[in-house]
Ligand binder design. Structure first.
Ligand code: PMP
Length: 415
C-alpha cells in the first residue's frame, strides 16, 4: 500500500471518523488521561465491546486487555454472575427515591470483609471517596492540614488535580507533602502541620506515572500509623486503585497496619460505577455530621454488582490468581527482553505491573513497544501501571507475550 493510500484508509476508520466528529463537539476530542493523543501511535480512542480479558475497538480489532478499563474490571469484562446480579436489580429499579436493601447488605459485606471497617458509605467515583475521607477527617479532628505524598494521584478535583489549570492556591492551601516511603520527610511534614494535622492520605503502594512502582515498607506504614495514633489524626488509605487486587481485606493488612478511613472505587463493582468509604468507630460521628451526597450515589444496580464482585473476590481468592498471571507475564517479558538484549525494569505487584525501558527518558522505546504489541493484539501501557483480571488465563498471557515479542523487535529496530 502506498503511503497515500494508507493515510486515506487511516482517516476512514470508524475511530478516525469518530475522532473528527468528537473534535467538533467535545473539547479537545476527549478529556484527561483518556485522550488517545497521549497514547502511543495506533491506539484506538473508541471501543465497541469487551468480554473476559478481550476488548474490541470500533473497527473490530480485538486486544488482550492489560488496562481493564484502568482498573475497574477485576473479574473480566461482562462477568456472567455480576451481569446477572446487575440485571436482576435493574429489573426491580436502579435510581429510586432512596437506597434499597442492597445498600445495607453491601455495607455489611464491607464491614465483614475489611478488618478496620465499622461502617461504610457509598459514592460514585474514586475522587468522591477520597474527598469525602478528607472532609470526614477534618470534621472529626477539627483541624485542616492533610499530608499527601508528592506525585500521588487522588483524583481530578481542584484540591488534588495533577494540573494547575483552573485551580487556585486556596484550593490546596492546607496540603503538605512528603516523599512516599521516606519516614524523615513524613515527620518533617508532620512537624510543619503542628497542632493542625487532620490526616495523612496515602495510596496502597507508590504508583506515580512514568516511574518505577514502589511497595510501601513496613516501617513507613507503621510510622504513618504511629503519627496518627500520637496526634489523633486520621490515617486515610487510598485504595481506589489497589482495592481488591492486593488483598481483599485492605492493602496494608499484610503490613499489620490498619487505616482509620479508606477510599475504594474502581474494581469494587467490576466496571459498574461505584465508590465506597470504610471507616472505624472513631470517625463514625464525623461521618454522620458531614454533608456528603450525590444524585446517583444510591444506584442499586452498581451495589448489586458490587455484592457479587466482593463475594467472588473473597471466595475465589482473586488476588492470588491475578498475582500468578502477573508473574507469568513478568517472567515472560524478562526472558523476551533478555533474548533481544534489551534492558528493562519491571516493578510493582505482579497483579498491577509496570515495565519501563532503561535509557528511555522520552518513552520512545516504551511507545514503540506498545504500538507494535498493539498491532499484534495486546493492549499494554508504556508508563501507567497495568491491571490483570481473573479472566486472564495462562494461554492469554502466552498470546500477549507473543505480541510483546513484536514489541521488543520494534524497540531493537529503533537503534
Ligand atoms: N485515587 C487513586 C489512587 C486513583 O488511581 C484514582 C483514579 N485513577 C482516583 C483516586 C480517582 O478516582 P476516579 O477517577 O474514579 O475519581
Amino acid at each position: 500500500m502506498t503511503r497515500q493510500a494508507m493515510a486515506l484508509s487511516e482517516t476512514q476508520t470508524a475511530d478516525a471518523m469518530l475522532r473528527a466528529r468528537a473534535q467538533r463537539v467535545v473539547p479537545g476530542g476527549m478529556w484527561g488521561h483518556l485522550n488517545a493523543a497521549r497514547l502511543p501511535e495506533g491506539y484506538p480512542q473508541f471501543f465497541a465491546s469487551a468480554e473476559g480479558c478481550r476488548v474490541r475497538d470500533v473497527d473490530g480489532r480485538e486486544y488482550i486487555d492489560f488496562m481493564c478499563s484502568w482498573g475497574p474490571v477485576l473479574l473480566g469484562h461482562k462477568h456472567p454472575e455480576v451481569q446477572a446480579a446487575a440485571e436482576a436489580q435493574a429489573a426491580l429499579g436502579d435510581c429510586l427515591n432512596g437506597p434499597g436493601e442492597v445498600m445495607v447488605e453491601l455495607a455489611e459485606d464491607f464491614v465483614a470483609m475489611v478488618p478496620h471497617a465499622d461502617w461504610a458509605m457509598f459514592q460514585k467515583n474514586g475522587g468522591d471517596a477520597t474527598t469525602a475521607c478528607v472532609t470526614i477527617a477534618r470534621a472529626g479532628t477539627g483541624r485542616r492540614k492533610v499530608l499527601v505524598a508528592k506525585g500521588s494521584y487522588h483524583g481530578a478535583l481542584p484540591w488534588c488535580s495533577p494540573s494547575v489549570a483552573g485551580v487556585t492556591s486556596e484550593d490546596r492551601a492546607h496540603l503538605l507533602h512528603f516523599e512516599y516511603n521516606d519516614i524523615a520527610s513524613l515527620q518533617a511534614a508532620v512537624a510543619e502541620a503542628g497542632k493542625d494535622l487532620a490526616a495523612i492520605l496515602v495510596t496502597g503502594f507508590r504508583h506515580d506515572i512514568a516511574r518505577d512502582l514502589e511497595m510501601p515498607t513496613r516501617e513507613f506504614a507503621a510510622a504513618a500509623r504511629a503519627v496518627c495514633d500520637a496526634t489523633d489524626a486520621a490515617l486515610i488509605l487510598d485504595e481506589v486503585r489497589t482495592g481488591l487486587r492486593l488483598d481483599v481485606r485492605g492493602s496494608w493488612e499484610a503490613l499489620g497496619v490498619r487505616p482509620d478511613l479508606a477510599a475504594w472505587s474502581k474494581a469494587i463493582a467490576n466496571g459498574y460505577a461505584l465508590a465506597a468509604i470504610t471507616g472505624n468507630d472513631k470517625f463514625r460521628e464525623a461521618a454522620t455530621k458531614v454533608f456528603v451526597t450525590g444524585s446517583f450515589w444510591c444506584g442499586a444496580v452498581a451495589m448489586a454488582a458490587a455484592r457479587t464482585t466482593l463475594r467472588i473476590a473473597r471466595e475465589t481468592d482473586v488476588p492470588s490468581h491475578i498475582r500468578s498471571m502477573g508473574l507469568r507475564l513478568r517472567e515472560g517479558l524478562t526472558s523476551l527482553a533478555n533474548q533481544h538484549g534489551i534492558a528493562i525494569r519491571q516493578s510493582g505487584p505482579p497483579q498491577m505491573p509496570l515495565m519501563l525501558f532503561d535509557a528511555d527518558p522520552e518513552v520512545k522505546k516504551g511507545r514503540a513497544f506498545c504500538s507494535a504489541a498493539l498491532r499484534h493484539g495486546a493492549f499494554f501501557h508504556p508508563v501507567h501501571n497495568m491491571f490483570l483480571s481473573s479472566a486472564h488465563q495462562a494461554a492469554d498471557i502466552d498470546a500477549a507475550l507473543e505480541a510483546a515479542s513484536h514489541g521488543f523487535k520494534a524497540v531493537r529496530a529503533l537503534s
